[in-house]
Design a protein around this ligand. Structure first.
Ligand code: UDP
Ligand code: MG
Length: 322
């Protein structure tokens, strides 16, 4: 099998990145020059940007059919944007990269070499990350630790979605229509020949992160509830524990009453009862909440709404095969 690549699609999600689009394009172009034999196509997905990003994308795509643009009708989120790019990708390999230059485009050249060396997925693994707050790093660490414990999917530490994947992997992803998407988990779930490529992650070139804390929490919960049934098992264990505790209390009460006739003295047990009621009540509420998380996700899935809505597309119906 010839492992060398002839065509590569680069998928770039865009949410308010007007200051980064030109610098990114410059660096991608010079990266592409290092591999002249490969035909690169750029798939920009405008995820409802509120700044001038779409205008800039229109400009750069007007005289270059290798720049394709999909524009969403509103903000559908980073994972949806990446999904849209993957959905229309047809090349022999597909790269996912952020637009803010935190992922240096030059690294793609090295990842291509690794891929051609006989792999299906090469993901970029951060040796260092600049310009990220300690609490972002700490919460990320905690999340991956929990995800690792709760699922049987092995997500490599310190990775994002920055990666290159062969068509065989992309095809599988195109077939996965789940609503709550955690793309790096879905890729890991697929298997295939996988390799890590270590790199230094830069600080964001310009602009602000498009991920609020609320979005980060939603993202983490989606990852856990979509890949693990451990939380619902936890409900079972909590229930079992509560029943056992109640049964032991009952036995104790019975023994004291029957053998020691000490029942009356235990009227003060009212307080204890109160504590138990509160405890069990809390356990039940948490349990219903956890079940609710799954039911809510099932509801979303059953509704089967599209993952995103495209309002505009550029250079997509042109035949650019040479
Ligand atoms: N992004 C997006 N939709 C969003 C948020 C972000 O398409 O709702 C894009 C953003 O333009 C960037 C990438 O996803 O190219 C990563 O986002 P960001 O840099 O804001 O996230 P962070 O690096 O802070 O996790
Ligand atoms: Mg970023």
């Amino acid at each position: 099998m010839n492992e060398k690549l002839n065509t590569i699609d680069i998928v770039i999600p865009i949410y308010n990145e007007e200051e980064n689009i030109h610098p990114l394009m410059d660096r991608l172009n010079s990266m592409a020059k290092s591999r002249k034999n490969i035909e690169f196509t750029y798939i920009f997905v405008n995820d409802g940007s509120r700044d001038n990003s779409l205008q800039l994308l229109k400009e750069i795509s007007s005289d270059n059919i290798k720049v394709k643009v999909i524009s969403f009708s509103k903000n559908f989120g980073h994972q949806a944007a990446v999904t849209a790019g993957i959905d229309i990708s047809t090349a022999e390999a597909t790269v996912l990269i952020d637009a803010d230059l935190q992922d240096p485009p030059e690294v793609i050249t090295d990842m291509i070499i690794e891929l051609e060396g006989g792999f299906d997925i090469v993901y970029a693994q951060r040796i260092s990350r600049k310009g990220e707050s300690w609490h972002k790093k700490l919460t990320a660490k905690a999340f991956y630790y929990i995800f690792d414990k709760l699922t049987n999917i092995n997500i490599p530490r310190d990775t994002g979605d920055f990666r290159i994947m062969r068509k065989c992997v992309v095809k599988e992803l195109q077939g996965m229509r789940e609503k709550h998407r955690f793309i790096r988990g879905m890729v890991a779930w697929c298997g295939f020949r996988t390799k890590a490529f270590p790199y230094h992650r830069d600080a964001r070139n310009a602009g602000e992160t498009g991920y609020s804390y609320k979005q980060m929490i939603t993202f983490s919960l989606n990852a856990i509830f979509s890949f693990s049934s451990a939380p619902i098992k936890f409900v079972n264990y909590m229930g079992l524990f509560s029943v056992l505790l109640g049964f032991l209390g009952l036995v104790r009460l019975a023994v004291l009453w029957i053998f020691f006739n000490e029942y009356d003295k235990y009227e003060a047990g009212l307080i204890a009862t109160l504590i138990v009621v509160l405890f069990i009540g809390g356990v039940q509420m948490i349990s219903i909440g956890i079940i609710g998380e799954y039911i809510g996700r099932m509801f979303e899935q059953i509704k089967d709404r599209p993952l995103y809505i495209i309002s505009e597309q550029i250079n997509l119906d042109v035949d650019d095969s040479e």
